[in-house]
Each structure stands twice: as structure tokens, then as C-alpha cells.
Design a binder for this molecule. Structure first.
Ligand SMILES: [Fe+2]
Length: 151
């Protein structure tokens, strides 16, 4: 194991994660990653360090993540194309919002949500997480509440 200390930025605020996602979103070549024959959500890693991960995701119409959390990781995403609905569980209730091209969202560690492409076309989103996303827990609904699914 290396004893060399890692250098560079080790943590990102939510605003910094949004700006990081926007930085990657500015790449005009990203649209070439849209596979219009795909029937499932796909993701491509754009950056990966212990402190930051950036993904681009493509979303066929009608797909969703399902309910999940991100462990102790904070995140942000920006919508490049498509029409999305994020449903989040907070304060004992579901809160939904609609997002379209140019919209952005960030969340703290512990965020529990479901993100869906509710439009007629393919969607493209950029996601940034800090620290690296090592754990996502899926949830199911039991008696009107999201409950972690034991894996
Ligand atoms: Fe998520």
C-alpha cells in the first residue's frame, strides 16, 4: 500500500458539486454518448478519485432509478436534455419536482430519492458525488414509508 498522501481537493460543497457537474456538462461531445437503441439507463464515468466522482447518464423514456440513498455521500446533478421528475423523501413525506434542460439540483448526504425520465425523448444528465460513491441502498415501500431493502 502506498504511503504517499493524496493531493488536491478532498471535499466539495454542494455548490461546488453543481459547478463541477456544469463544467463537464459544457463538453459538446457528450451527446454522442446517447445510444438511442438503449432500453435501460446507462452511465459513463467521466472522473473518479476517492474524493469526487462524475458520471454522465443516459435515460431512455420512462426509466427511473427506483428509490435509493447514497450513504454518506453528497451529490449534485444537472439536466442536459429530457424531462425529469425527482421524488424525494423528507420530513415524512414525498416531495416532487420537475426538471428540464438547464436545471440543477444538489443534495446532502442521506438524501433519499427516485429520479425518472418522464419525457418522450432520451435524457442526458451529469452527476457529481463527493466523496466517491461507494454505497447506494435501494428502498421499497412498506406501509407508506420507504424501507431499505436488505441485500
Ligand atoms: Fe441518486
Amino acid at each position: 500500500m502506498s504511503t504517499t498522501p493524496s493531493v488536491g481537493i478532498r471535499s466539495f460543497t454542494r455548490d461546488q458539486l453543481i459547478r463541477m457537474a456544469q463544467l463537464f456538462a459544457g463538453d459538446p461531445d457528450l451527446t454522442r454518448l446517447i445510444d438511442t437503441t438503449a432500453t435501460e439507463r446507462t452511465r459513463h464515468e467521466l472522473a473518479s478519485t476517492p474524493h469526487l466522482e462524475v458520471w454522465v447518464m443516459t435515460w431512455p423514456p420512462g426509466v427511473s432509478t427506483g428509490w435509493h440513498d447514497h450513504g454518506d455521500v453528497a451529490g449534485a446533478y444537472v439536466v442536459l436534455s429530457g424531462a425529469f421528475r425527482e421524488s424525494a423523501w423528507s420530513g415524512g413525506a414525498v416531495h416532487s419536482r420537475e426538471l428540464s434542460a438547464g436545471d440543477e439540483r444538489s443534495f446532502a448526504a442521506g438524501h433519499l430519492h427516485d429520479l425518472a425520465n418522464v419525457g418522450d425523448g432520451f435524457g442526458l444528465t451529469i452527476h457529481a458525488y463527493s466523496p466517491a460513491l461507494t454505497q447506494m441502498t435501494p428502498y421499497e415501500w412498506v406501509d407508506g414509508k420507504p424501507v431499505p431493502i436488505a441485500l
